[in-house]
Design a protein around this ligand. Structure first.
Ligand code: 5GP
Length: 204
């Protein structure tokens, strides 16, 4: 059986990545979810083993030392990392897996597994990004300025990604990503075995 796709989505804070991914999961419920490990505290109704595996910094560092974390990043003072074993299990059983990672996280995963499909989600404009951040009402003006500066440096990294999708509307962005996944499944490398079998087959 062919391995499943590993698809990693990144984008600047406020671009609407979470909403687009939630819509994509509704459209493609069969796609696997990689549950990350984090050292940040659970928020609201978040549960260990559902949104994240919540661990202390020391436990996280132990997992890194054991080689159990395939990529990790520090984001707003906390660790976030992808556990290796479940990812290999899902992908090895032919299931496609979708990951929501920071920009360095997607690039690091691609370094480790070059077959990873990396997708960068862009805002339609910086003005729109700022107004989405302001609309969330979760950050003060100084934090918004910091996120905007960070967004610009993240966008500078978008050429390193395989695909760039603009989040004009959630529906269209989710559909674009679903189309990318479908196209990736039709790449020649994924049909190599079938092509070789067909060429070796006796038709009489
Ligand atoms: P939050 O704290 O809002 O749940 O997530 C913060 C950021 O961490 C999000 O941008 C998300 O993409 C990123 N993130 C979540 N899990 C991982 C992970 O396993 N690795 C990396 N590199 N980033 C992650």
């Amino acid at each position: 059986m062919d391995n499943g796709l590993i698809v990693s989505i990144s984008g600047p804070s406020g671009v609407g990545k979470g909403t687009v991914i939630a819509r994509l999961r509704e459209m493609m419920p069969e796609v696997g979810n990689s549950i990350s490990v984090t050292s940040r505290a659970p928020r609201g109704v978040e549960q260990d083993g559902v949104e994240y595996y919540f661990r202390t910094k020391e436990q996280f560092e132990q997992l890194i030392a054991e080689g159990e974390i395939i990529e990790y990043d520090e984001y707003v003072g906390n660790y976030y990392g992808t556990p290796l074993t479940p990812l290999l299990r899902m992908c090895g059983s032919g299931q496609d897996v979708l990951l929501d990672l920071t920009v360095p996280g997607s690039l690091a995963l691609k370094e480790k597994f070059e077959e990873t499909v990396t997708i960068f989600l862009l805002p339609p404009s910086l003005k729109e990004l700022r107004s989405r951040l302001e609309g969330r009402g979760t950050e003060d003006p100084e934090q918004i300025d910091k996120r905007m500066a960070r967004a610009k440096s993240e966008i500078e990294n978008s050429p390193k990604f395989d695909y760039v999708v603009t989040n004009d509307t959630v529906e269209q962005a989710a559909q674009d990503i679903a189309n990318i996944m479908k196209t990736e499944l039709n790449r020649y490398v994924r049909s190599k075995d079938l092509v070789e079998r067909l060429l070796a087959e006796q038709d009489k």
